[in-house]
Each structure stands twice: as C-alpha cells, then as structure tokens.
Design a protein around this ligand. Structure first.
Ligand code: ACO
Length: 323
C-alpha cells in the first residue's frame, strides 16, 4: 500500500502589489466596499512579460528547496491553471523545461479555482498506483490578464501568484494516523457555466476573452453546496471536524470562508485565510495559503489539514491530508 506524503511546499508572488486604494483610482470603488464584502486589502500583479509558467517555476523551486530535493527527483508535474502562457504547449511542459527536467511527464489540469485540489487528487492517484515516485503539484495564475479592468464588480477580486507542493509515494499501513493524503473528493456540474466564465477562447471566439461573473450566484453556490465534499471526506475517514487542525479553503472571499467553516462546525481559529493579502488567485490560492501557514509554523508535521476549493464549471473538491 502506498500513500502520497507532502514533503515540501513553496510559493511565489509577483513584486508589484495593488491596494484597494490603488483600485479606487481606476474604477468607482473604495477600500471600505471591497474590504467589507470580500476581506481583500491588496493583491499582487505580474509584471509585463511575467507569465504563469515563470511564477510557477519560482514556486516549484521554492517547494523543491523546502523538500531538500532537486528537479531530477521529480517524475510527475501537474499544473492547475486557467491562464496558461500559451494555448499550447502546456504550462506544465514549459515549467518542466525551465527546471531542466527531461524525464517523466508534465501536463496541465483545468478546473479553474479548484485546479490545485484537482491536481493534488490526480497526482495522488498516480503515486498510489506506483507508476510515479515524486510529483510537483503547482497552482499558478495570472488572472490580471483576463480581468476586465473597467468592470468594478470583478476587477477588485483577483490577483496573480503561484504555489507548489511536492508529494512523494511512501509505503503505508493505511492507518489514518500515518502521514499523507487520506482521502480526496471531486465534483463538477457543467450547468452553471453562465455564472462564472471567460467570454473568449481559441475555438469559440479566437480571442482570450474576459472573466464574467454573477457574484451573488457564485456566493450562494459556494456556501450552499460546496461543503458537501468536506462532509464526504469526514465520512470516508471517520474523522470529525473537531479533530481537524487546519481548514485551508480556496481564498475568494472572507465571508464565504467564514460561513463555510461555521456550517461545517470547524472552529474559527483553525481557518487559514490569506485572502486579505492575495485576493483570489484562483488555482494558486490554496497552495499560497498552505505556504504561508507552513512558513509561519502553524501547520506542523502530523497535523490534519483539510483543503477545499470551488471554481468555474462549477468544479469543487476536497483533500484531507495528514501533514
Ligand atoms: N465597488 C463599489 N461598488 C460596487 C463594486 C465595487 N467594486 N462592485 C459592485 N458594486 C455595487 C453594485 O453595482 C451594486 O450596486 P447597486 O446596488 O446600485 O446595483 C452594489 O455594489 C451591490 O452589489 P452586489 O453584487 O449585490 O454585492 P454583493 O454583496 O453580492 O457582493 C461580491 C459582490 C463581493 C462579488 C460577492 O457577491 C461575492 O464575493 N461573490 C462570490 C464571488 C467569488 O467568490 N468568485 C470567485 C469564485 S472562484 C472562481 O472560480 C473564479
């Protein structure tokens, strides 16, 4: 029996920050409005020419350093992104080349803001099958490139960044007390496209397009439905919310995060929130939050950590990890 054990995390944020006050100079908004409704104070924005794969490579190198490994040790790279450098080749193969890796396999996975949780789930299935030994799982995005900067209902919400995790296949007895990914649960429902989508693409419009969102509808779905995958994770493992050490959800909106935790019976002090600093970085948000909480000593070896995310599609998922 094999299990995927987290052996390193890392992240990277572009240098430039954009505060709510900076945004108030671009569109009719205010720090008060943005902070009250979302909890966001600032976000990072990629520099001209700085692409998703460049952010992802830096996060990957940080995660490898944290794991004490070199690129040669990796035989699987999965990148969750909706803002690839190019239509093809994949951002994962660009990062693979940048890291100088010529063996193994690299591919992208598109599940919008759930991309990282979907990528962890996929990597876990590869590693537990015995086909691959060590995976780099990356969430990397430059949502600033698909934002309509004249639309105040969306442009205040998003930011750029990347986070990465190294997973290693290790023997396991199957005990819930042993380290590793304990259970994963993914869902999607394609009927909700209109509520959150990009209005361009190679096949439909031959343009890149802009993000469009019915904010209230997304909010209702995120709080009303998405928690089912966390309940599934508890049911599959026999673990209860009070045994959890950390809840690390997708960082879209502080109110969604708090209402979800409350609904699940997870104590507020167990919630990791970085949305005030990063905004919504889509697939990068969960590994960015993990990186912060590991870096400041909150998440320690042996802790029980619940990842949760929701994104366009809709897609949603959870991963319960014994750190
Ligand atoms: N500044 C000032 N006023 C604004 C702004 C702004 N940036 N944006 C909208 N308003 C106005 C609206 O025009 C509206 O004015 P009106 O009453 O005169 O019509 C008023 O503020 C209220 O707007 P609502 O849309 O009702 O505000 P709401 O309380 O629903 O908050 C928000 C909007 C923050 C977007 C919220 O609905 C939300 O967070 N939804 C979830 C979004 C989300 O998480 N998306 C990411 C999903 S993950 C992914 O896959 C990308």
């Amino acid at each position: 029996l094999l299990r995927s054990v987290v052996v390193g995390v890392g992240s990277y944020l572009p240098e430039k920050t954009l505060t709510n006050d900076d945004l108030a100079k671009l569109v009719d908004t205010s720090d008060d409005w943005i902070f009250q409704r979302t909890g966001i104070r600032e976000r990072h924005i990629a520099a001209e020419g700085e692409t998703t794969s460049m952010l992802g490579e830096k996060a990957a190198r940080a995660a490898l350093a944290n794991a004490g490994l070199t690129p040669d040790d990796i035989d699987l790279i999965i990148v969750g992104t909706s803002t690839p450098d190019w239509t093809f080749p994949s951002t994962a193969s660009q990062i693979q080349a940048a890291l100088g890796i010529t063996h193994g396999v690299a591919f992208d996975l598109q599940a919008v803001c759930s991309g990282f949780v979907f990528a962890v789930t996929t990597a876990d299935k590869f590693l537990r099958s015995g086909s691959h030994k060590r995976a780099l799982v990356i969430g990397a995005e430059t949502f600033s490139r698909i934002i309509d900067w004249e639309d105040r209902t969306t442009c205040v919400l998003f930011g750029d960044g990347a986070g990465a995790m190294v997973l290693e296949a290790r023997p396991s007895t199957g005990s819930m007390d042993e380290r590793g990914v304990l259970t994963t649960h993914l869902r999607s429902d394609g009927r909700h496209r209109a509520k959150l989508h990009v209005d361009g693409g190679p096949s439909a419009t031959q343009t890149v397009g802009h993000l469009r969102m019915e904010g209230k509808e997304v909010f209702k779905f995120a709080v009303g439905k998405v928690t089912d995958v966390v309940v599934d994770a508890f049911a599959a493992t026999g673990i209860s919310p009070d045994q959890l050490d950390w809840f690390v959800p997708h960082q879209a909106n502080r109110r969604i995060i708090d209402m979800s935790a409350q609904k699940l019976g997870i104590a507020p002090e167990k919630v990791v929130a970085t949305v005030h600093l990063h905004g919504n970085t889509s697939a990068a948000s969960v590994p960015l939050a993990l990186s912060v909480a590991v870096g400041d000593g909150r998440i320690k070896q042996g802790d029980l950590v619940m990842l949760e995310a929701v994104g366009g599609g809709f897609t949603w998922g959870s991963a319960l990890i014994r750190w």
